[in-house]
Design a protein. Sequence first.
Lengths: 336, 326
Amino acid sequence: MDIISGNTTVDIASLNERINRESAFVDVLNLELGKAIIGQKYMVERLMLALLSNGHILLEGVPGLAKTLAIKSLASAIHAKFSRIQFTPDLLPADLTGTMIYNQKENNFIVKKGPIFANLILADEINRAPAKVQAALLEAMQEKQVTIGDETFKLEEPFLVLATQNPIEQEGTYPLPEAQVDRFMLKVVVTYPKKEEERLIIRQNLEYAGKTINQVVKQEEIINARKTVRDVYMDEKIERYILDIVFATRNPSEYKLDKIKPFINYGASPRASINLALASKAYAFIKRRGYVIPEDIRAICFDVMRHRIGLTYEAEAENVNTEEIISEILNAVEVP
Amino acid sequence: MLNAGEWGPVRMCGYICLFMLLFMLDTMQVLNAQTTVSATLTADSTHILIGDHLNVKLTLKHPASLKIAMPVVKDSVGNMEFISASKIDTVNEPTVQSFSQTYTVSAFDSGQFHAGPIAIPYKNTSGTYDTLFSNTVIVDVNTVPVDTMRPIKPIKGPLAVPYAWQEFVLYALAALLLLLLIIGGIILYERYTREKPGASNARPIPKDPAHIWARKELKKLEDDKLWQKDQVKLYYSRLTEILRLYLEYRFNWLALESTTGEIENAIDNYQMKEKAKDNLLQILRAADLVKFAKLLPAPESNIKAMESAYKFIDLTEPKEEEQKKS
């Protein structure tokens, strides 16, 4: 029995209808990806979020957790162009973006586009390449365009970069600078599959014929869905809630969080607020809702914020990580 | 010539004279002793080995009427090295005062040394200053006889002193005390600098019991007639805030920082009737729609939400025994 009866204003009701219509592909896409990827629902959901909110993902996890398979399957399912770039210490920016090649026949320089000209890019082990290569990629991510010689090329939509890094090997790596890691909308920590899931993974891999991923989503559908995501209603109270969370990382004392103050070197940037808002809208879209609720913020908060909070040496000495800081903040900031 | 019988009185007189003479001599000696001062230096031995300690005793006697102080010996006694001095021993007699002090001396060369004389300045009976000198003790200082027939040996190495645990007890105790102080300091620092979990979120607790406080707040909300003034969103915001704070005061549950979904997941951990749980969740879900999805409820829904809130308080207020206990 509901205690409430009434009407939402017309725009929300129509938005709900639109979302129901346009988000139908999410289930289909999930089913298709489920053919190739067993478990890792969290990672797949975050891939969807990034796809819908036009953001990029940094995946952190040990090798063999289906990171590459997930993005390859996603690319196949939406019939998008996929590039995999293995980052190595000798990689050059031109290997990524492309270069000008002299054409002897026509006696001029022609542009040879690099692997970045694709819809879905897997930047594998991004921290193995030097800073100049990372910068070239991250610039393309931010500007959605690449300049080769005198010419600037717009990157095709959808453009999603999925970068991976290995948390256990630090030798011979070039950790991403804070300013660059901030450009990733989400940083997802990929964990091991459950026992039962791993049993199914073994079975699937022992089969002779691998399951093929069919193209189930058109690129236009994704682009339309992105527009709808931006229309998802976000109340002023939710905006304030987002700001409270972000500002609590900058001024913990104002939120009676003095105990975490010594652990924070620098707080989250305005990009955190933007991405929290955008990702929560995408999350509401996936959940078939035309409006954002505090649960949406809390659901994506860790992935949006974990790479945007700088820790002090004291935090490292005390083994305090950003997840614990975010938990403290979420437990202290009042829900609207 | 006198006879044997006649010699008796003469002999008697002689004896008497001799006795008187002796008596007078004795009396004079005593009188002399009462008026003269003397300083006598005596030694334990007159032969020592090089570096050995020798005790020399200075005894000072003087009439009680005179005031003479014992000398202060600092570096040497005669040409012997001064090492230490004992306390001054005083003997007070009616007419004579006697002081004695023992000095430990040594010599670090062989040969003949002399302890003393020690000069003692004093003021005599006529009021003039005089100096009294003690006698001198001659001391032969000998070296250790060397047997030249035996071969020369290297210098003997330092003696190995066995370790005794008593020597380390103090150090061990000091280290233990320091360790305890450090540990105690760390514990105190941790206790006073670290906030207890949840302490930072602590809000002032109302004086009234939670259910009375909540009813008062709901009454105030009713009286403000917010939804009647088209402030529906504010009405539901305040309504849910009162209920969330009530949960905190009544069940010690930080509900103000929890979403509706989290409250729904955690509600089974708290003892309340099913009806109360339903009431609470319905209000929260409805309020979420009003607050975040622009829902405009019908007026009767607003009244019903308030009734449900009262009902929830009624169903969850502590029983009488519980109230008495608290």
